[in-house]
Design a protein. Structure first.
Length: 177
């Protein structure tokens, strides 16, 4: 992939400005390595309207690159860095450190309603998950519906157990267990 990033922040700033003039918000999305507090601040200062923190723990693009590698060295590097990055939970905290009210999507390793509840409790506004849905989609529509129902049931149980009446009320209710 392209690793030539000089001038990236000014280009993001120009993009955000142009899109804002058209009434289109720009969200920044990490692709699986997480977001540091410094990176979140730079993105916010550049004008992004929200961040998807996509922390380590979900799809590892380093591992994808390893599987597509045409040389043994590239394959080894992809595997070695397959677990590299800032976990989603820490990424959420990092973004919240930079901005308390910026729309924040948590993704990267979320697999259940419990994971979703934890992400919201840490400060995410919403959560996203792909792999669990893809696995069920292979099984068929009924499996997807059953999975969604299970995620919602787990989320409701977490809300009930923490005394949260709304998703917003779940924020800040992080269990130590």
């Amino acid at each position: 992939g392209d690793v030539d990033f000089p001038g990236l922040v000014p280009r993001i700033k120009a993009l955000c400005s142009a899109m804002r003039q058209q009434g289109v918000p720009v969200f920044a999305r990490e692709v699986g390595f997480g977001v540091s507090a410094d990176a979140a601040k730079r993105l916010i200062d550049a004008g992004v309207a929200g961040i998807d923190c996509a922390g380590a723990g979900g799809t590892s693009w380093a591992k994808v690159e390893a599987r597509c590698a045409t040389s043994e060295r590239t394959r080894v590097l992809g595997e070695r860095f397959g677990e590299w990055g800032i976990p989603t939970s820490q990424s959420i905290l990092n973004v919240r450190r930079a901005a308390a009210v910026l729309p924040l999507i948590a993704s990267g390793g979320l697999r259940s309603g419990l994971d979703l509840a934890k992400a919201i409790a840490l400060g995410a506004d919403v959560g996203g998950m792909a792999r669990p849905f893809l696995l069920r989609a292979v099984e068929g529509e009924a499996a997807v519906r059953e999975f969604v129902a299970g995620v919602l049931e787990e989320l409701r149980i977490c809300m009930f157990a923490s005394g949260a009446l709304t998703l917003a009320g779940l924020r800040g209710k992080v269990s130590r267990t």
